[in-house]
Design a binder for this molecule. Sequence first.
Ligand SMILES: Cc1ncc(COP(=O)(O)O)c(C=O)c1O
Length: 441
Amino acid sequence: MSAQSSYNKVLDLLKQHHKWFNESIPLIASENIPSAAVREAIVSDFGNRYAEGWPGERVYAGCIYIDEVELICNDLAKQVFKSEFADCRATSGVVANLAIYSAFSNPGDYMIAASIPSGGHISHGKKEHFGTAGLVHGLNIEHFPFSKEEMTIDVDATKKKIQEMILEGRSPKIAMFGGSLFLFPHPVKELSEFMHENNIYVNYDAAHVAGLIAGGEFQQPLSEGADSMTMSSHKTLWGPQGGIIVSYQKHAELIKKAIFPGNTSSHHLHHVAGKAIALAESLEFGKDYAIQVIKNAKKLAESLVERGFGILGEKRGYTQSHQIAVDVSKFGDGGTIEKDLEKGNIILNRQLLPGDIKAGKNYLHPSGVRIGTSEVTRLGMKESEMIEIAEFIKRIVVNKEDPLIVSKDIIEFKKGYQKVHYAFDNELGAYEYISLVKNKN
Ligand SMILES: Cc1ncc(COP(=O)(O)O)c(C=O)c1O
């Protein structure tokens, strides 16, 4: 392909993507749709600049306005997460986690975290699985004992496991709470004191649930005893892609150095501006949003159960977060179902469920799919729309209707949900493509 046609093709593909998402039901639990203001920040000149270091102590000139924005961003993060200290420079949730590993452990140390089938994230994972903690920072990983019935970490079994590790000379340096499949709060309150008594640093990875914590509708890890909280800025928190760390003043200097120079050089200043806007939106609209996200997730779970699906966490009402975990093994495997739904304009992802690895399943063909209600809620959907979504899913997965036929009804349905809600401004269409190129050939 010539340079000119590659150039044209990429611009065309971007437009096609926008059109497709405009006509689809977005249910990926780790995604959200930002406001027009966040999108404006992302295309600003901040994205072309460097500002290594801390506001007021930069390695570069040209940072007068950048410094002001970053200070506003840090102040907003402190307010939203009720923390003494915030650092908004991590360029992703993984980089935020890496900074915590760098600040509070050394290669060869142990960390305890959730396994992937129990909801853990690959950035908490072992070297042999190419997990960031093992591969990049040389940590040895042990897993929290997990109760499938309660869908959370087992407190007593964790204490026992850590006592055994201490006796064996393998005491963890870090306990990493939080995860990617995250239906119910983790026992931070129940375990933090025990961890601290044993000199174990407690981090809570709020990548998924940051927006719910911000809205006061999920556990509050810092007040429950966590030393720090890492997060992505773009999942239930609706900012641009990036990371944030909040903590106590006593840990500030170590965290700051671990971010720069430890784990970043450029820290994506356009995204810092976007994070500031997203945090301001969260302060204003975050509570109402978080309440509705969780109501929607519960309603979607109940509506899917009524249509024959198995949902994990039944004993506890399926979920207290934005996510639900659906066991689809009666109807096929998670990978095939993900693809069938995608053909019908329903975008979600397959999911390993607890017990899958032991049962010989792998991440390509697990027994589950994970659904998140963050984005559909930001588009203004409420409980009645969750019933409609459950019915669309049933038509493809249970009735085995042709996804292309179902997609026609989805395109009609989606016409009613074209704007971003819970924002200061919602004139622009949620997926409206903004073309900056004036004379495209
Ligand atoms: C628990 C958890 N931590 C960290 C991350 C990584 O975040 P990012 O994609 O911002 O690096 C994810 C991503 O899904 C996650 O689920």
